[in-house]
Design a protein around this ligand. Structure first.
Ligand SMILES: [Zn+2]
Length: 292
């Protein structure tokens, strides 16, 4: 995943995260696996929500058909009442859509809280309530700029979870993604660091959104891609030299380049977290984006 500290142990756990946490510690596994299906199901509208929308749409269609018959007859009996009925059903349909969206969102968040209670090993309901949930299309400031730069409507409903620093489990790494859950976690102190002039200067948000984008591009192949070398001639491991990191770092570097950030500055920012072996991959990718 992102910013793995330069130790063999954390590299292994970073790979576990990239592989959808299948190799996570035994205690985590059960908590991490069960809600995946559930979350995927709840990405969609609930059955009740879909039914309300369908009923409202049918009523509107019937009322519109009734009105249609009288079109062009200004003095037709009951015309005003029929028009009012159509307007009323239009309102009801809009309400049904809004309610269905809201209940799908509430269920999605509830399922994610359940998942994160296991993953973050939360000790209390208050801890789960302290997580903040917002979709990517609601990002603000420099983060919104990164989101817009990707120009991909499939990312609109990516869920960004802000995690209080005291509950953060990824050490120095400020963010991470779970493509299979359409989910990004960000440490609160990193997201809203008042001591920083620029938010997320190294554009980790673009990197994480890039992971989700790749997940949408390749679907079930994502986990396998995280084990496939991006540059086969490089004699390094598959982290970060793999297809999903190639995509995520690629989007990140393209964004930084578009903002006029010099290549040397990008490398400098990454050097705190990545060692010489990683740079065989990173330099190759920087060559691709910035040119040699
Ligand atoms: Zn990554």
């Amino acid at each position: 995943m992102e910013l793995p500290p330069n130790t063999a142990e954390s590299e292994a756990s970073a790979e576990a995260v990239e592989a959808g946490r299948e190799d996570a510690e035994p205690g985590e596994q059960e908590a991490a696996e069960m809600p995946v299906e559930k979350v995927a199901r709840l990405e969609k509208l609930t059955v009740q929500g879909e039914r309300s929308i369908r009923d409202a749409a049918a009523d509107l269609e019937a009322a519109s058909a009734k009105l249609e018959v009288k079109t062009g007859e200004d003095d037709a009996p009951g015309l005003a009442a029929d028009k009012a009925a159509v307007a009323g059903f239009e309102r009801r349909l809009a309400e049904a859509r809004a309610e269905a969206d809201e209940s799908a969102r509430a269920e999605r968040i509830a399922a994610l809280k359940e998942h994160l209670t296991g993953y973050l090993e939360l000790k209390s309901a208050e801890d789960a309530e302290s997580l903040r949930f917002e979709t990517a299309d609601r990002l603000t400031g420099d983060y919104a700029d990164q989101f817009r730069a990707l120009n991909d409507p499939r990312l609109n409903d990516a869920m960004i979870v802000t995690v209080p620093d005291r509950l953060w489990v990824k050490g120095a790494q400020p963010s991470e993604s779970a493509a299979d859950k359409n989910l990004i976690l960000v440490r609160e102190g990193y997201l809203n660091d008042p001591g920083k002039e620029k938010q997320d200067e190294v554009a980790w948000m673009t990197h994480e959104l890039g992971h989700l984008q790749r997940g949408k591009d390749v679907g079930d192949r994502y986990a396998a891609e995280s084990e496939e070398k991006a540059f086969v001639d490089l004699e390094v491991g598959t982290y970060p030299n793999n297809k999903v990191e190639e995509h995520a770092f690629g989007r990140q570097f393209e964004y930084l380049k578009s903002k006029g950030v010099p290549r040397a500055r990008v490398a400098e920012m990454l050097k705190d977290e990545y060692g010489p072996e990683d740079f065989k991959f990173l330099d190759r990718l920087l060559d691709k984006v910035y040119g040699k």
